[in-house]
Write a protein that binds this ligand. Structure first.
Ligand SMILES: NC(=O)c1ccc[n+]([C@@H]2O[C@H](COP(=O)([O-])OP(=O)(O)OC[C@H]3O[C@@H](n4cnc5c(N)ncnc54)[C@H](O)[C@@H]3O)[C@@H](O)[C@H]2O)c1
Length: 391
């Protein structure tokens, strides 16, 4: 949509027929893009969705933004990326620039994507340009968006760089030209690994403070008064979403491939994965002692506030822990219709403890507080409200 707004004619190619149909009807599956925006773009003839890869034959710019998840062994799963590149390769016209926006380890453009073009029709008679410009989107963020978030661009060669910069300068307020695709790719991994490591530190710190009855949120507030050299991160149920829990494992995998190890990152991953177990223990401390089966209501199960996305939500591990401990677990989230093959309950559900996992807009926490329900707030949002204990 950012490209449409900049005056480009955009073709969205997707292998999900369902998604293509709904986009061509003007329905948006992303909170930050309105259906109205898509309908306007469709009506103006500036946007169309398709599942036919040959439709990109006229494109000057081909931006790859397919998922880069982990496989069952928690290693990089490049299958969607490889599939997309194999489908794109025969259709890209001479002179086009192919940009990888998907998050991956350094060298993905040079060593994974480009060889597919070299094996295919060949690059000798068909000059194609290449760059990496990792997507930097923060879903639900009211301030930072596609346009005003500076964009890293690393081209394979000077001509590639020029073409990629032309495109991103037309859709972003600020574009940072870096000296290689690997700098852009590694930069993206560093950004997200930085968050993982810092959040893991706070998760560890939370448990240390709790053991001595020290309120970790007050400690973070206190440390935050230092005007330099400190940045506050808050504890939560764990790490969620398809970026922060995933991307650092691309880094550890890449390190291992090169005979190195990224021990700090590995430990941060372990600490954060263990956090739901600790949170479950805190929940049980708030439960009535005499009850056999404790009713627990999870409030907000999306991985972050303001979105309906439940991918990699730490609520899942917390739910499992509580079930293992014999609790009856239900959930309530105004933005999520279905989760873990179950439906949400109303806020009035008869729970013994409520846990704010994600501070989703529209949750009536005051109702529970007035009812006298003990509430474990893992989001530091309701400090001082009657019945609320902060994690
Ligand atoms: N969504 C974010 O907030 C965000 C932020 C920063 C970076 N990223 C990165 O951007 C990339 C995309 O993430 P996303 O959340 O948009 O992914 P997503 O899971 O929403 O998938 C995007 C689309 O790709 C389609 N797709 C999958 N395989 C395909 C194929 N072979 N050919 C054509 N289409 C295919 C899917 O159907 C889907 O519509 C990832 O590398 C992610 O790490 C995402």
């Amino acid at each position: 949509m950012a490209a449409v707004e900049a005056g480009w004619r955009v073709i969205g190619v997707d292998n999900s027929d369902e998604r293509v149909v709904s986009l061509n009807r003007g329905a948006s599956h992303i909170e930050d893009v309105s259906g109205h925006q898509i309908k306007n773009a469709l009506a103006a003839g500036l946007y169309t969705a398709t599942n036919v890869f040959s439709d990109i034959a006229s494109a000057d710019v081909v931006a790859i933004c397919v998922p880069t998840p982990l496989d069952l062994d928690r290693k990089p799963d490049l299958q969607p990326l490889l599939a997309a590149v194999r489908s794109i390769e025969p259709n890209v016209k001479k002179g086009a620039v192919v940009v990888s926006e998907s998050t991956s380890y350094p060298g993905t453009l040079r060593n994974v994507i480009i060889p597919i073009f070299e094996e295919g029709l060949g690059l000798i008679n068909r000059k194609v340009f290449f760059a990496a410009a990792p997507e930097r989107v923060n879903p639900g963020d009211q301030v930072w968006n596609q346009k005003n978030t500076p964009r890293l661009v690393g081209g394979l060669d000077p001509e590639s760089q020029e073409k990629a910069l032309d495109f991103y300068n037309s859709i972003c307020d600020s574009v940072i030209s870096v000296s290689s695709p690997e700098i852009a790719e590694a930069g993206k991994l560093l950004e997200n690994t930085f968050r993982l490591v810092n959040i893991a530190l706070i998760h560890e710190f939370t448990q240390l403070c709790d053991s001595q009855d020290i309120d970790v949120n007050q400690v973070i507030d206190a440390a935050s008064t230092k005007p330099y050299g400190f940045m506050p991160f808050r504890p939560g149920v764990g790490i969620g979403g398809h970026c922060i829990p995933v991307d650092p494992l691309y880094l550890t995998w890449w390190a291992n491939q090169n005979g190195q190890s990224a021990g700090l990152v590995q430990l941060a991953d372990e600490i954060s994965n263990a956090m739901p177990t600790y949170v479950a223990k805190r929940v049980m401390k708030l439960a009535p002692e005499h009850k056999n089966k404790v009713n627990v209501m999870l409030l907000g199960v999306a991985y972050k506030a303001g979105v309906s996305d439940v991918r990699e939500t730490p609520a899942r591990a917390l739910r499992q822990q509580l079930l293992n401990q014999g609790c009856v677990v239900e959930w309530h989230d105004p933005l999520v219709e279905k989760w873990e093959e179950s439906n949400p309950v109303d806020i009035s559900w008869n729970c013994d403890v409520a846990v704010i996992v994600t501070n989703q807009p529209g949750i009536d926490v005051n109702y529970l507080s007035n009812k006298g329900v003990p509430i474990l707030d893992c989001t530091n949002s309701y400090s001082g409200l009657s019945g609320v204990t902060l994690i």
